[in-house]
Design a protein around this ligand. Structure first.
Ligand SMILES: [Zn+2]
Length: 150
């Protein structure tokens, strides 16, 4: 089976409806359907799916990643801490969870993986992202990720 190229998936021709659909559709797929099919393994699989995608984007600079986040409306991204070994990334208005009633656990592993994969490609180092706050998961102000860069 031929895999679907990332660049192909992002080619959109919807003259009347445009480039964006409801956030609800994404959440139904990402949160409800995935967890339903994958069960407790969904978090890890989401992280690795995001990470692979983040690497496949083949970005050269952090600005390109931030631009993509704006284009795809993943959320409003802020990076309050950035050193050679650590980074903290905050997502406001997260596409996956913002506005939900807290479910008692962080749920935005896909975004964490995406950030880790992109930063890995950009820095050429190994990156692990841990979600330390989550808007819809834990009732926090942001979906926040602590990145260890080695
Ligand atoms: Zn989130």
């Amino acid at each position: 089976m031929k895999s679907i190229e990332l660049s192909n998936a992002l080619k959109i021709n919807r003259p009347e409806l445009g480039n964006f659909s409801g956030v609800g559709l994404y959440r139904l797929l990402r949160l409800v359907a995935w967890e339903d099919i994958m069960g407790p393994g969904a978090s890890a699989i989401s992280y690795y799916a995001g990470k692979k995608l983040g690497q496949d984007l083949n970005l050269k600079a952090l600005d390109e990643f931030l631009e993509l986040c704006i284009q795809l409306k993943i959320g409003i991204i802020e990076i309050p801490t950035m050193t050679d070994t650590h980074m903290h990334v905050d997502i406001y208005e997260c596409v996956t969870c913002s506005g939900m009633d807290p479910v008692g656990r962080p749920i935005c592993h896909f975004e964490g993986g995406l950030i880790a994969g992109a930063v890995e490609t950009i820095t050429g180092k190994s990156v692990l992202a841990k979600e330390v706050s989550c808007i819809g998961g834990l009732g926090d102000a942001t979906c926040g990720y602590h990145l260890d860069i080695k």
